[in-house]
Design a protein around this ligand. Structure first.
Ligand SMILES: [Zn+2]
Length: 242
């Protein structure tokens, strides 16, 4: 299986951060980029903006959105905020605050090559309407009815919270950030996602998790894509991304 290029963490100027024996850089595990032909668009009516994920994620994600829309306790809508991010894009996000040291930045944003977003299996959720002015991708979203619904129900659609509170991975609690692993390993595509996240699931369990069984025997690894397409600065205002 191809995994991320450690050099991807060196895109910012300055001394490259150290690579741990387990491949982590500043706490983040290595991941490659999803191949473009495996990425499909999330329907615009359930996305804050343009958003693509691995094809295998879409059936469960759309069932989750449909269930949220039909649940009065949500009190609004659950939407996709940020989905797949290429290695190049992640580099731009990670290096955008050069005055902040890499170690500090890495608490809330992964270096390129080390973000779950590159895999195409992870996304950030947003909630509308906003409650008490809480911005997207801030801890206050955890106090909203829509988030409480998501936390209780997302595992029923194969999603687990990657970075729970007090996680030992050295990543800030990110209640809005979830990865798809399928409800069971027999869900189409789920075994490949579980293989990709096997280390993270074993060493830094998600909460709420889907299940802890890692059934990946004889499963081909999910393809990853390492060549870097031309980087274009995202237009519009800068946003915090994990
Ligand atoms: Zn995220």
């Amino acid at each position: 299986m191809l995994i991320a290029v450690p050099a991807g963490a060196q895109v910012c100027s300055g001394t490259p951060p150290p690579i741990a024996a387990d491949g982590r850089v500043l706490g983040h595990l290595p991941y490659g980029d999803a191949p473009p032909d495996e990425l499909v668009a999330v329907p615009a009516d359930v996305a804050v903006r343009g958003c693509v994920l691995r094809r295998d994620v879409l059936p469960d994600l759309q069932r989750l959105f449909a269930a949220a829309a039909a649940s009065p306790e949500v009190g609004g809508r659950v939407l996709a905020l940020s989905c797949h991010r290429s290695l190049t894009r992640q580099g731009g996000v990670f290096c955008r605050e050069p005055a902040t040291d890499a170690d500090t930045r890495a608490v809330s944003v992964a270096p390129p090559g080390h973000s779950e977003h590159a895999t195409g299996y992870a996304l950030d959720f947003a909630f509308r309407p906003r409650v008490n002015g809480c911005p997207d991708a801030e801890a206050c979203v955890a106090a909203t009815p829509a988030f409480r619904w998501l936390r209780a129900n997302a595992p029923r659609y194969g999603f687990e919270m990657s970075f729970p509170v007090s996680n030992t991975q050295r990543v800030k609690w990110e209640p809005w950030h979830w990865r798809w692993v399928g409800m069971s390993a027999s869900t189409p595509g789920a075994a490949r996602a579980r293989l990709l996240f096997a280390t993270a699931r074993r060493r830094f369990p998600a909460s709420p998790g889907v299940d802890t069984a890692i059934e990946v025997a004889n499963v081909p690894p999910p393809p990853v894509y390492l060549s870097l397409p031309p980087f274009a600065e995202p237009r519009g205002k800068r946003r915090r991304r994990r």
